[in-house]
Design a protein around this ligand. Sequence first.
Ligand code: ZN
Length: 261
Amino acid sequence: MAIRVLVWGENIHDRENEIVRGIYPDGMHGAIAKALNADPAIEATTATLEQPEHGLTVDRLARTDVLAWWGHRAHGDVSDEVVDRVAERVWQGMGLIVLHSGHFSKIFRKLMGTPCALKWREAGEKERIWVVNPSHPIAQGLEPSFVIPQTEMYGEPFVVPEPMETVFISWYDGGEVFRSGLTFQRGGGRIFYFSPGHEVYPIYHDKNVQQVIKNAVKWAANPAPAWTTVAVAANVPTERAPEPLSQRGPSLHQPGEEGFR
Ligand code: ZN
């Protein structure tokens, strides 16, 4: 079965800004989904902020293996209820790819537990992305480094927890560096943050960027069973301990008592 990807876009710059509209007539989410759908192993659809429940209903998320997220101006307009719902799905095992200014999204900050702040400059300068983990699945099919001719600078320090893996580090014309491709795991869900993607440059049309996102989808699609079915928080009655207990101390619970805590 194909990997079911949902590409979520804020869809504000895409509609309101003439430059962005010119580069992405179907929105950034549309361009990303189209690039992903060129791979027969992936089945990508889109959802946007203005849809009911931001297009992220319980049912839709239940049918999503990997969610990709692009937001910038309206992070605060995303409902907390939907954010909690997305976090729950990540903990269960849904993959999450957070793109560019999504570093400040409610969902990314919630899952990281840190401010996720960084330095930035919008000057249309050059970015060279270095593959620092060439054996990583997300780096496959890429040269040792590749260039994005015009980009927004994102600079260190990037206030996230120490990542599980650092896949890419970017260097900019102005001298800064940035950990531009990082992996995390929260519960059963794999998370990839990828920084390129400023809206006024055609970055999601770039073949290398598309390759990275495609690789990330395949990496984040977790075939393991959902955590809710294997890691439920439940009391284990004394008589059901895997080994017979050799001794028992005082307890508030009665023998044979079960239940969820
Ligand atoms: Zn930007």
